[in-house]
Write a protein that binds this ligand. Structure first.
Ligand code: FAD
Length: 505
């Protein structure tokens, strides 16, 4: 097809919304969403196991749909297994609590469809193949992850299996390996590739029907959710939970479509494109925690946004650019660049330029502890840091300013990268995500950006300053807002600590 033809079809897909015809025709899942991690014909009477990892939801989940379709082809049952580790890239009670509470809410939804839920604990490289063996499974399915640790787990599990192992991209609208076969340079290079494939992939989801009864002799052990939640909260108590964001896929749909939700409230969506860089206004979707934990399908968010396009064209287009193009660009980068969080992964122009400015005098230098406590000379930076520490989500515009100042106020770009990733992963509810590694790499090392006018410390890396923020929004209003937030959180702290494990069930 010509480039014009591609463009026209993509525009039609975004205009018309999800294609029902394509969804029915594809039975359940477009086969191009699937990738064989261990090849082989699927046969026998053993059940299908879906090792759920990144996409922690029942509805709108291509990996679960694929597992169910493979099971129903042979009339065998399907089960979901989730492996809980005790440590994951610096996550604390905030992130583990959100995830485990979401899993707890998911279990009855699965069981209502005759799908048992196995909660495994320990090293997935041991527990997952063992479950496959114990249940005599005929196929293992998992969802796609681009980060190193998840890829290592999947590869090691594949090496231990004797049955086929399918990976399904349930996180990207256009599967990562279909969107592009290589590392993309920038949004402008991946955008046309993604847009041209939207007519094929931006389809609605088929409904998941109840599955064949589980007849396997191996059954899941009952999960003591209260005890488990208490355990993860105790282990990660240095970074406590936040209250503004309720976990689970129902809460995620409410945040998307509910009366006060991003698309449900006319006001919020209508100023997304104009006010998204103003942290004093509630214009962002706030969906990132749900997207990160897979409690909301990005494709569902896209489908629902497209439905609002007629009355909110610019806002919806702006949102889809972030939700699809920018987010899928981040997955492209982490998937094709295994050292995605290292300065070595930067382009030559950026590395050379940062190298040339290593010896430049830094006007301010701060330690990790000073950064963490928000003790710099800059009240805007401190407020952004405290928003992240206490609310678990820094405003998107300030994340850029925040990371760029860390570059300006540390001894080296390596240190800046280390500090920004450490803080981001420790405090953000949506941290430990490809978007986070790309955000830090964009800010410090120019990933997906271009060279700008050369200046001290930054070299050709794009610079941001306080005066620019002042021109964009009311800095004092933001600082006052965060001071109030910190006061509220601190005042509520003893009560929430005493509230116990099952408060948020
Ligand atoms: P919205 O503007 O409503 O966007 C909707 C969705 O689009 C987001 O949830 C996200 O999935 C995607 N999106 C938005 N902006 C970007 C972007 N710049 N790049 C890729 N995808 C985007 N995002 C995370 O999800 N986790 C992180 O840990 C994270 N850390 C970041 C660190 C830095 C230094 C920077 C500069 C950016 C970071 N981002 C991160 C990207 C972005 O800031 C957040 O996705 C966004 O602020 C989340 O809020 P929202 O859902 O309300 O955003």
């Amino acid at each position: 097809m010509s480039a014009d033809g591609d463009k026209r079809k993509a525009a039609e897909a975004l205009e018309a919304g999800p294609s029902k015809k394509a969804a029915t025709k594809l039975l359940a899942v477009n086969p191009r969403r699937m990738h064989e991690l261990r090849k082989g014909a699927v046969e026998g009477e053993g059940p299908v196991i879906y090792w759920m990892s990144r996409d922690q939801r029942v509805r709108d989940n291509w990996a679960l749909l694929h597992a169910a379709a493979e099971a129903s082809k042979r009339g065998v049952p399907v089960a979901v297994a989730f492996n809980l580790v005790t440590q994951y890239l610096g996550a604390g009670a905030r992130q583990f609590g959100f995830m485990v509470r979401g899993l707890r809410l998911m279990q009855p939804k699965l069981e209502a469809l005759n799908i048992p839920f196995f909660l495994l604990k320990g090293d997935p490289v041991e527990t997952v193949p063992q479950l496959v063996k114990d249940t005599g499974a005929s196929l293992l399915v998992t969802d796609f992850a681009s980060l190193r640790l998840g890829r290592q787990w999947r590869d090691a599990v594949a090496a231990k299996l004797e049955v086929p192992f399918h990976e399904v991209d349930a996180h990207n609208v256009v599967p990562a390996w279909v969107a592009s076969e290589k590392r993309e340079y920038a949004a402008r290079t991946i955008r046309p590739k993604i847009h041209s494939k939207l007519p094929e992939f931006l389809t609605d989801y088929p409904e998941l029907a109840p599955q064949a009864a589980w007849t396997c002799a191996v059954n899941p052990e009952a999960v003591d959710w209260d005890a488990l939640i208490a355990e993860v909260l105790e282990r990660g108590k240095e970074v406590p939970e936040v209250k503004w964001c309720s976990p689970g896929e129902d809460a995620a749909m409410e945040a998307l479509l509910g009366e006060k939700g991003f698309l449900g409230s006319k006001a919020r969506l209508s100023y997304y494109h104009e006010k998204r860089n103003d942290p004093t206004i509630d214009a962002l979707s706030n969906l990132s925690p749900y997207l990160h934990f897979g409690q909301l399908s990005p494709q569902r968010a896209a489908i629902e946004a497209v439905r609002k396009k007629a009355s909110n064209k610019a806002a919806v287009e702006g949102f889809l650019e972030e939700l699809i193009v920018r987010r899928e660009l981040a997955d492209n980068y982490c998937y094709y660049v295994p050292n995605y969080d290292s300065l070595d992964a930067a382009y030559d122009w950026a590395r050379n330029s940062l190298d040339a400015h290593r010896a430049d005098k830094r006007e301010h230098l701060y330690t990790k502890e000073q950064f963490e406590k928000g003790l710099t000379h800059d009240k805007l930076w401190n407020a952004a840091q405290l928003e992240m520490v206490h609310a678990g989500k820094m405003h998107g515009f300030l994340r850029m300013y925040w990371a760029k100042k860390i570059l300006e106020w540390t001894e080296s770009p390596e240190e800046a990268l280390e500090v920004s990733i450490w803080l981001n992963d420790k405090y953000e509810l949506d941290g430990r995500d490809p978007n986070g590694y790309v955000g830090c790499m964009w800010s410090v090392a120019g990933i997906h950006d271009q060279g700008w006018a050369e200046r001290a410390v930054f070299g050709k890396i794009r610079y941001m300053n306080y005066a620019g923020c002042k021109r964009k929004f009311d800095v004092d209003k933001y600082v006052a807002r965060i001071a109030a937030l910190v006061r509220d959180v601190q005042a509520a702290a003893p009560a929430s600590a005493a509230a116990g494990a099952d408060k948020k069930k």
